[in-house]
Design a protein around this ligand. Structure first.
Ligand SMILES: Nc1ncnc2c1ncn2[C@@H]1O[C@H](COP(=O)(O)OP(=O)(O)OP(=O)(O)O)[C@@H](O)[C@H]1O
Ligand SMILES: [Mg+2]
Length: 362
């Protein structure tokens, strides 16, 4: 997947950017607070329909402006396609090949993108919520329909929680539980399938990147074994088992929204025992595993957006990462405040851009 060209108008602090990224590496340089992350976020939003940092749609539009417009030309398997997003008054309009499109998953299938942010380097030791957010993002990158399924589950979950809080009628609560269990089972199936695909890539990547003797493992025990129908009936009975607890707390305590993605190193919980360096090697390996899996399943590497990652990694890990990226024939955009150590490694395969106060000079 290649991004042939793109434009961002009134996105965050960027008034207007229209540019052609290098087919291999584009280094986006600039001082702090100038708009480097915003530039990557605009491209990420255009392709993944999600911001890089948790934000409301209205916060993505440049202050004082009514709407943001994002457009791009994508090449996937030699087929060029145009994508466009308009954000205005909290509403989002999508178009594919110049035609409006309502289905988010159909839009997302146009191109795969993987972002890597310094904030993710800390997920190993973060709270489960952060790892869930990571997992959800990875799963919907693999299967865009997951985004629709996730929203459906969240909608049903909110309804059940509201009934619990308001101590609503029993039959009303029960009428939400079967669909909720089904929607939850769907998420469990997707997450389990993702884990199965990515796990072998993860151990391989860690052997290379970690260069540590410990074994790592990725697991998602919550889903358990069985068919989707088995998982749905298991979730339904868990909802019943926890009913009195859930009623007392006013929220649903079991289901995919409460699970954790487990990472182990040397047989122990990485969350508890991994050192900071091991934690970073684990996340880097997870990212490489995700990219390798997408490359295998989609037939081409996704577009990669690396936000200031090199400043967070030690020189040896940086060499590993850049070595990997050079071998992988992916298109990569990277931001940095200090291009010094990166530029010579990217050699002639790179373009270098500058961002100053929301103005991009290519
Ligand atoms: N909706 C918006 N409208 C206008 N400006 C915005 C909007 N959202 C964010 N900004 C501004 O964008 C700037 C930050 O941009 P960004 O996060 O891209 O910086 P950066 O170049 O990545 O910096 P750093 O190197 O510190 O990560 C901030 O000054 C912020 O106020
Ligand atoms: Mg930044």
């Amino acid at each position: 997947m290649k991004l042939l060209s793109f434009s961002l108008q009134n996105f965050r602090n960027l008034e207007r950017v229209a540019a052609v990224p290098h087919p291999r590496f584009t280094l986006v340089c600039g001082e702090n607070g100038q708009g480097k992350t915003n530039l990557l976020e605009g491209i990420y939003y255009l392709l993944a329909l999600r911001p890089l940092r948790p934000a409301k749609a209205s916060e993505l539009v440049r202050l004082g402006q009514g709407e943001a417009n994002l457009t791009g030309e994508i090449d996937q398997d030699g087929v060029a396609r145009s994508v466009a997003v308009r954000l205005s008054c909290g509403l989002r309009a999508l178009s594919l090949g110049g035609n409006p499109v309502a289905e988010v998953d159909r839009y997302l299938e146009a191109g795969a993108v993987v972002a890597f942010t310094p904030d993710e380097l800390a997920i190993v030791r973060a709270a489960p919520e952060r790892r869930r957010r990571y997992l959800d993002r990875a799963v919907f990158t693999r299967w865009p329909a997951y985004l629709v399924e996730l929203r459906e589950y969240q909608r049903l979950l909110r309804s059940r929680n509201r009934i619990l809080q308001e101590r609503g009628p029993v039959d009303l609560r029960e009428s939400f539980e079967i669909p909720l269990a089904r929607a939850g089972a769907r998420l469990w199936m997707r997450r389990r399938a993702w884990l199965e695909e990515v796990s072998p890539h993860f151990t391989r990547a860690f052997d290379r990147i970690g260069r540590l003797s410990e074994e790592v493992a990725l697991s998602y025990p919550a889903a358990g074994e069985g068919t989707e129908a088995d998982l749905a009936s298991r979730l339904l009975s868990k909802l019943h088992d926890r009913l009195s607890l859930d009623e007392a707390r006013g929220f649903t305590s079991v289901g995919p929204h409460a699970d954790d993605l487990r990472l182990a190193i040397g047989g122990l919980s990485a969350r508890v025992y991994a050192s900071q360096g091991q934690g970073r090697a684990i996340v880097l390996s997870l990212k490489v595993a995700e990219i390798e899996n997408l490359r295998e399943k989609l037939g081409a590497a996704p577009l990669l957006l690396l936000d200031d990652v090199s400043s967070e990694l030690d020189p040896a890990r940086n060499r590993e990462l850049l070595g990997y990226l050079r071998e992988l024939s992916a298109q990569v955009l990277l931001t940095t405040t200090d291009p010094g150590p990166l530029l010579p490694r990217l050699q002639e395969d790179a373009a270098s851009w500058r961002v100053d106060a929301g103005v991009v000079t290519v």
